[in-house]
Structure formats: structure tokens, C-alpha cells
Design a protein around this ligand. Structure first.
Ligand code: MEV
Length: 452
């Protein structure tokens, strides 16, 4: 019985925030309990979040062919994220140490400037139809454009419900591309169907429409259609995020804020000029984007393909995010294509994804895209902040040391203890970890390895 006037802890309505200080120091069970309370998860959702029941073999067997099991990744929560004034607790599935810590830390700095502002385009995707043996390219183009309405009507006839929801095929475009080197000199003729996929990532819908219009395209042009497939370069479905951080808020490592900001701007210049650096810069961005995508059951290969194709859109591979100093602020901007879904694919089928969506509380693909763009920018901020100043190895080593400690056999509080000893010794290697463990007494060793 609760005391009169005292609300039991599990019924306290906690104000919604992603600023959960001390979260990382809690035991895992307490972290889960806190998230369950905050996000009002059901007991089933809680056990899915914790890994149990995230994906049964039965469901896995329905998802892919030749299933023999399920494969797990660590699931962490990116904290402190604030996008367009709203707080988000961000589920991230990733095997690399430091990714979750980095995004959480960078989002905390970004909060000093009001968090991230973000926007996302309508869900406009492209379905491609490759036409060959069409005769004159200009004539074939004109014929296709003249039949725009019939082509759109036919495409939409394959998905009337999508049309009812306000989506579907909206437009066409025809592209004539120079013939690549080879024996055939015919220029390439490509019809694009521009399709609004609403809350779906849209691959199936787009492919059905592209295949569905092919006979009409052949009839109109007198040509022969080969490929009919979506394009992962979805450059009409972009998400953008910005953050403005007071330079003074960047002070760290005994360095003033303006020095840290200068290092970040230099990192941005480097990536803008050099594809070798831009690839690594973008890898850092995608560390965050992919981790969220995986946790939320998104097609991360499509996201990766789109991001890198978009990064090369002007002929040189460039960074997806840039940093500038404007007045007293460091300003970061990111723009990238994000083809996401809140329906279809594994999203409704995978119980773990459902629980993760319940934690994130983003309800539309547009909202999801804005959060993911902000996560990508935060991830990049954490990387370039360290790279442009003290380097990343120091921070990485501390986290890497924990993996090494686990590999060597440490369990429980001894993981942290052994990791600290390794870092102190300046020798973060499994053999060193084993050496330290073997120097312990029998009793200590049993406690350290959880075998006592
Ligand atoms: C490592 O996973 C990611 C970084 O290399 C990104 C970067 O260099 O910007 C640290």
C-alpha cells in the first residue's frame, strides 16, 4: 500500500527528456527499468529491448531463407538528442565501441546551442526503366513525355491504396545518357517514375510499378525494356540537420573553445578537398546513421548506397557534413538521402524493432529521417572534435580496453577494473590482460572471471 499522497515510483510521470545523467553508470537492469518507466514500455517490449524475445527463430524463418538462427548485436541508447525542440532517446545497434558514447556526448554539446534543427523532404523515390533499341533518342523521349498521364495512370493502377493515401506515381522524366565504352553506340534511354511512397521505404511498390509500365513503354517507343528497378540514389528524399554551438561551449582537454572549433573547421576543409579523407569522414557519419537504421529495421544497405552516391553527385566524393564558424558559433550542417519506412519490411514483423520504435517515439518516416540526420551530424562532431585536437586513440583505447578485458575473461566490475589497468599500463592487448589476471590470487581470479 502506498503512503497517502505519495505516488508509487513506477507511476511517477517523468517529464520526457533524453538527458539521463548518470545513465551509463547504472547496471544494465536499472538502465532498462529507467527506460521502461520513461517510455512506458509493456513487459513484453521491455524483454524485447533487453534482447530476450527480440527475434524468435520462428519469425526469423519467415523473414529469410535457409534460416538457422538469429544473430545479435549490442543495443545502446544514444542520449541527449534534441531535434526541433523535442527530446529523443535513440536506439542504436552497433558492434563498435565508442559510437553510442560519442553521439551522446556530442548531442550534449549541441544542446548548449538548442540542439539540432532538421527537416526532411517528401518520400519521393525513383523507379528506373531502361529502354533500348528505340530508334531516335529525341523522338523516343518526346513520345514517352507525350504519354505521361497514361504511364502514371498505369503505374498507379498497381497500387490504388497508396494513391488513396496521397502517394503513388507523381511524375516521369526521361534521361538520355551517352553510351559507355563498348561495341554498342546506342545512347541509353532511361525512364524515371517519380513515386511518393509515403510511410514505406518503397522498394516493392516502386519495382512493381516499374515492371508494370514496361510493356506500355515498349509499345510507345517500339523499343525493348531491360532493367526495371528502384534507384537507391534517392536525391529527392533528402534529410537535413543543422546545429549551432557557442564556440565557448567546446572548450575541453585544457584547450579553449576557439582552438577546438578551429580543429573541427580544418577537418571539414580536409574532407571537402580530399576524397580519401571524405570517405573516412562519412564513415563516421554512417557509424551513427547505420546503428539507428539497424535498430529500427531499416534497409541500411540502401541507406549506405544512397549516401555515398549522393556524396559523389558533383563528380568528386565529398563529405556529407560540413562545419563553419559563423560569428561566435560553430555551425554544422548535414544533408543526405534517407529512404526509410515505418511500415513494411521487418518493421512490423521484428518484435525488437517494435520495442525500439516505442523508445524513440518517432511516428513518421519524416521524423525518423530528421533524427537520423541529426545523429549522423552528432557522430561526425564527436569524431572531428577529437581528431582536430587530441586525436581519437585516447578515448577509443579506454573503450577498446573493455573489449580486451572481456576477451581475456573478465566479468562484472572487473571488466572496468582490468580495462583501467590496461590503459594505465599503456598496453591494451589480450596477452597483457591475461598476464594481469594470472597475477591475481585464486579467489580474486574467480571473482574477476565470474567463476567463483
Ligand atoms: C571510426 O569508426 C570513425 C572515424 O574514423 C571517423 C572520422 O575519421 O571522422 C573516427
Amino acid at each position: 500500500m502506498a503512503e497517502r499522497g505519495v505516488v508509487p515510483v513506477d507511476q511517477v510521470i517523468t517529464p520526457w527528456t533524453s538527458r539521463l545523467s548518470g545513465f551509463h553508470k547504472l547496471p544494465v537492469a536499472e538502465r532498462i527499468a529507467q527506460v521502461v518507466r520513461l517510455c512506458r514500455l509493456t513487459p513484453e517490449e521491455a524483454s524485447r529491448l533487453g534482447g530476450e524475445d527480440a527475434l524468435s527463430l520462428e519469425i526469423a524463418n519467415q523473414m529469410i531463407e535457409n534460416a538457422v538462427g538469429t544473430f545479435q548485436l549490442p543495443l545502446g541508447l544514444g542520449l541527449n538528442m534534441q531535434v526541433n525542440g523535442r527530446d529523443y532517446i535513440v536506439p542504436m545497434a552497433v558492434e563498435e565501441p565508442s559510437v553510442v558514447a560519442a553521439v551522446t556526448f556530442a548531442a550534449k554539446i549541441a544542446r548548449e546551442g538548442g540542439g539540432f534543427t532538421a527537416e526532411a523532404d517528401d518520400a519521393l523515390m525513383i523507379g528506373q526503366v531502361q529502354v533500348t533499341k528505340y530508334g531516335d533518342p529525341t523522338e523516343a523521349t518526346q513520345k514517352l513525355l507525350a504519354h505521361r498521364d497514361e504511364l502514371l495512370a498505369l503505374a498507379n493502377s498497381f497500387h490504388p491504396t497508396m494513391v488513396k493515401r496521397g502517394g503513388g506515381a507523381k511524375d516521369i522524366e526521361v534521361r538520355v545518357l551517352p553510351a559507355p565504352e563498348g561495341p554498342q553506340s546506342e545512347p541509353l534511354l532511361v525512364l524515371h517514375l517519380i513515386i511518393d511512397t509515403q510511410e514505406a521505404m518503397g522498394a516493392n511498390l516502386i519495382n512493381t510499378m516499374a515492371e508494370g509500365v514496361a510493356p506500355m513503354v515498349e509499345q510507345i517507343t517500339g523499343g525493348r525494356v531491360y532493367l526495371r528497378i528502384l534507384s537507391n540514389l534517392c536525391d529527392r528524399r533528402l534529410a537535413r540537420a543543422t546545429c549551432r554551438i557557442p564556440v565557448t561551449a567546446l572548450a575541453d582537454f585544457d584547450l579553449p573553445g576557439d582552438q577546438i572549433a578551429e580543429g573541427i573547421v580544418q577537418a571539414s576543409r580536409f574532407a571537402s578537398a580530399d576524397p580519401y579523407r571524405a570517405a573516412t569522414h562519412n564513415k563516421g557519419v554512417m557509424n551513427g546513421v547505420d546503428a539507428v537504421a539497424i535498430a529500427l529495421g531499416q534497409d541500411w544497405r540502401a541507406i549506405e548506397a544512397g549516401a555515398h552516391a549522393f556524396a559523389s553527385r558533383d563528380g568528386q566524393y565529398r563529405p556529407l557534413s560540413t562545419w563553419k564558424i559563423e560569428g561566435e558559433e560553430l555551425v554544422g550542417r548535414i544533408e543526405l538521402p534517407l529512404a526509410l519506412g515505418t511500415v513494411g519490411g521487418p518493421i512490423k514483423v521484428h518484435p525488437g524493432v517494435q520495442a525500439n520504435l516505442q523508445v524513440l517515439k518517432a511516428t513518421t518516416t519524416r521524423e525518423l529521417a530528421m533524427v537520423m540526420a541529426a545523429v549522423g551530424l552528432a557522430q561526425n562532431l564527436a569524431a572531428v572534435r577529437a581528431l582536430g585536437s587530441i586525436g581519437i586513440q585516447k578515448g577509443h583505447m579506454a573503450l577498446h580496453a573493455r573489449c580486451v578485458a572481456v576477451t581475456a575473461g573478465a566479468r562484472g566490475p572487473w571488466v572496468e577494473k582490468l580495462a583501467n589497468l590496461l590503459v594505465k599500463a599503456g598496453h591494451v592487448k589480450v596477452d597483457k590482460a591475461r598476464e594481469i589476471l594470472s597475477s591475481l590470487s585464486q579467489e580474486e581470479l574467480a571473482a574477476a572471471t565470474g567463476t567463483g
